[in-house]
Design a protein around this ligand. Sequence first.
Ligand code: NAG
Ligand code: NAG
Ligand code: NAG
Ligand code: NAG
Ligand code: NAG
Ligand code: NAG
Length: 440
Amino acid sequence: MDLISGPACFPLMLVLIITMFNLSDCYDPLDPIGNISVTYDIVRWTEDGYQARITIQNYYKYRHIDKQGWELGWTWAANEVIWSMSGAFATQQGNCSAFKSEIPHCCKKNPIIVDLAPEAPPEKRLDGCCHGGLLAASAINPSNSFASFEMKVGNIRGNYTAHKPLNLTLMAPGPGYTCDEFIDIDPTTSLVIEGQRQEQVIRTWKSTCTYSTFLANNSPTCCVSLSTFYNPEVTPCNLCSCGCKLADNEAKSCIGQSSSLPYERELLQCTDHMCPIRVHWHIKKNYRKYWRVKLTVSNYNLDKNYSNWNLVVQHPGFSQQATVFSFNNTMLSTVGVPDEVALFWGLDFYNDALLQAEEKQVGSVTTEILLLKDMTSFTLSNGWAFPRRIYFNGENCEMPLPQTFPMLPNGCSREKPCNSHLSVLLLSIYLTYKTLNFWS
Ligand SMILES: *[C@@H]1O[C@H](CO)[C@@H](O)[C@H](O)[C@H]1NC(C)=O
Ligand SMILES: *[C@@H]1O[C@H](CO)[C@@H](O)[C@H](O)[C@H]1NC(C)=O
Ligand SMILES: *[C@@H]1O[C@H](CO)[C@@H](O)[C@H](O)[C@H]1NC(C)=O
Ligand SMILES: *[C@@H]1O[C@H](CO)[C@@H](O)[C@H](O)[C@H]1NC(C)=O
Ligand SMILES: *[C@@H]1O[C@H](CO)[C@@H](O)[C@H](O)[C@H]1NC(C)=O
Ligand SMILES: *[C@@H]1O[C@H](CO)[C@@H](O)[C@H](O)[C@H]1NC(C)=O
């Protein structure tokens, strides 16, 4: 850990600052048009208002809304009340004392709506409801990436006019999302009579909500460590990637910044990086036509399981055929991004949950990946075989500094980058032959 001391501290700080600056930009180059859209359909007029159907659709490829779930809020433009709801409920009823015979479900000027639990009784249910607020990532589970609910809005007194709700907010459940104002779009249509007739709603409004790590005010929550078969040295996560451990080395647990709720703290195993999540990339074997990587995700939280975790890895090697043994995976289509991007998540009932750490061990999920070599680009030198970028649950994982990457054992010191390309080449050829076993 001599990295942090002396003049080496300055470049480290610089990289940290640059990383934080990058994160403050809400634009994610790997999912540039990702968003959560909220569609507000006025389905029909009622005596004193209208019946509405609201649909929340997660278009983020690998960002999901996890436990505790979404909370949708807005401010009514007039004196609307919600007479009744199905598929969701308002968290507070508010002051309904002006109503005598029938009491509305919610009279608040700024209602907050949350999803029902999966156990909700049938009469409260609706298609696409009742997932306890969970919204899956669209590239992983598209059929669970939306939620919808209906409500009967009243008290707008005649004339068949409806006012767009103002100041839409989406909490997940912490901050991070910003929603546009509702705009008019073409009315939503649906097919009936076995697809022979198209019906449309009266009016449709839509708002787009986008996520920003900066707004969520999250400190980094994930870091990357590296190792190889050709160098016994492991490159650990950057010191203090997510926070610094206090001097007390005897402590059994440390307090870290929460990944989902920035105003909460979480209990972690004490480490030099203080990240709740560490991703380890190990170059395990170098065969003639293939190379093999072991990928491990470790959870250092002492009281938090990640139920629907996912991992994004950007690496040029994914342009070739890849066999992934113990994770589910897909390649993401990305435009204008130089290297291929793979998305990994757990296999159902096997490792789809990343369990919490215990006192002596961490929770972890792991897989091996066998990659076909592209002979023109594959190399073990110059850090080519290490990932370019990794995200855990959509959050960036801090990479170690390139000068700390495990080197080929060619005698070049880390401080003085080796200029002899020939020796590197010879060494990699030697290593290639030395490590051939299975595939020869
Ligand atoms: C939201 O995502 C959808 C689906 O990817 C896309 O068609 C739409 O353009 C996005 N909207 C914005 C405002 O980026
Ligand atoms: C509830 O609303 C009524 C009128 O709608 C008002 O007179 C009363 O003061 C309100 N009560 C509270 C506690 O705000
Ligand atoms: C309702 O319609 C009448 C006549 O068309 C109009 O005078 C009145 O301003 C309208 N009220 C509202 C609230 O739009
Ligand atoms: C909506 O938000 C804006 C900006 O935060 C604020 O100025 C405005 O008063 C809000 N409108 C309502 C109706 O709450
Ligand atoms: C995490 O999962 C384990 C095993 O299913 C369970 O014993 C533990 O209580 C869970 N922890 C939390 C915080 O839910
Ligand atoms: C892989 O993911 C897909 C989409 O979420 C799912 O339908 C399938 O069951 C998963 N396969 C396994 C083995 O978990």
